[in-house]
Design a protein. Structure first.
Length: 115
């Protein structure tokens, strides 16, 4: 099983980025998917979760109204659209799924919000 994130980079405050997580070796259609992030010097924190069908989503309070998690089960891919980015959103962003009793993490993609 591999989770590979992409789409990170340097963006100015107020800008947008769209992260993607492509999963291989595993079919995501039956499982909730999540994004986490880890800022420099801080612990990893949960950002957002989407249910297996995509009908329901949940967000950490600081990203509500700015970030949108979505999924395309046919492409085995999960997305995180990030708008109105702030310097405090700077972090490595990780894709995550817990399935069949196992935790699966991606290697992360760095998002830097700075002018």
């Amino acid at each position: 099983v591999q989770l590979v994130e992409s789409g990170g980079g340097l963006v100015q405050p107020g800008g947008s980025l769209r992260l993607s997580c492509v999963i291989s070796g595993f079919t995501i259609s039956g499982w909730p998917m999540s994004w986490y992030r880890q800022a420099p010097g801080k612990e990893r924190e949960w950002v957002a979760t989407i249910t297996s069908t995509g009908v329901s989503t949940n967000y950490e309070d600081s990203v509500k109204g700015r970030f949108t998690i979505s999924r395309d089960n046919a492409k085995n891919t999960v997305y995180l659209q990030m708008n109105s980015l702030k310097p405090e959103d700077t972090a490595v962003y990780f894709c995550y799924v817990r399935a069949r009793g196992m935790n699966y993490w991606g290697v992360g993609t760095l998002v830097t919000v700075s002018s």
